[in-house]
Design a protein around this ligand. Structure first.
Ligand SMILES: [Zn+2]
Length: 212
């Protein structure tokens, strides 16, 4: 599996394009807001001869949703996320307005993802973990074959997601990270929603939220 990352919009969200030898692709957290950001995605898909099969969101905070409507419409691609984040979808434009930004209302979810699901594209498969606490419907997507996990805003290099927004819960987030992420193989690479990648080992051993 090839992983291409982009950093988009004023919130500096990591958008990931995943594809494999079949040339099927999915996009995790399509955050491309401005025209040149959308064009960067279009160019990458075209240059690599990729077929976009699905848009997937780790969660539905507005900064992670900014390109979903555009790409879903342009490529006629379905949108998948956890149903528990539905409460964030309807007010995405209001969330954006608070920051002085405009955002298209994201399309309805075409597929709901939940704990234990396997999301497949091409020859690749991602296992879904539900890890609430940053938002009610936050998920992580784990590829066992590639040893990578896409964690959204659940965990960052040296930090964790904020828990002071609606649906946030600090204890539940900590518990979810311990029981679901920290039980993955230590060498698993973690791709977060913001900032650089890290590993399960590094966060287990040095993340200040788990090491006092
Ligand atoms: Zn978030």
């Amino acid at each position: 599996m090839t992983i291409k990352s982009f950093i988009f919009n004023p919130f500096q969200v990591n958008t990931y394009v995943l594809h494999d030898e079949t040339n099927e692709a999915i996009i995790i957290d399509a955050a491309c807001q401005e025209g040149h950001e959308q064009e960067a995605i279009n160019a990458y898909l075209k240059d690599n001869n990729l077929t976009l099969k699905m848009l997937v969101n780790t969660h539905c905070h507005v900064d992670h949703l900014m390109g979903v409507k555009y790409l879903a419409t342009k490529y006629d691609a379905p949108f998948a996320a956890c149903k528990d984040d539905y409460y964030l979808m309807a007010n995405a434009p209001d969330q954006a307005m608070m920051f002085g930004l405009e955002v298209d209302l994201p399309p309805d979810m075409n597929q709901y993802l939940k704990e234990g699901d396997a999301l497949k594209f091409g020859n690749s498969e991602l296992q879904i973990f539900q890890i609430p606490g940053h938002s009610l419907g936050s998920i992580a997507l784990y590829s066992k074959a590639d040893g990578v996990v896409f964690a959204g805003d659940v965990i960052f290099k040296g930090s964790i997601g904020r828990t002071d927004l609606p649906g946030g819960d600090f204890e539940i987030l900590i518990q979810g990270i311990k029981t679901k992420l920290f039980t993955l193989p230590a060498e698993t690479v973690v791709f977060s929603g913001h900032g650089p990648s890290t590993t399960i080992q590094a966060e287990h051993d040095t993340n200040p939220f788990f090491n006092q």
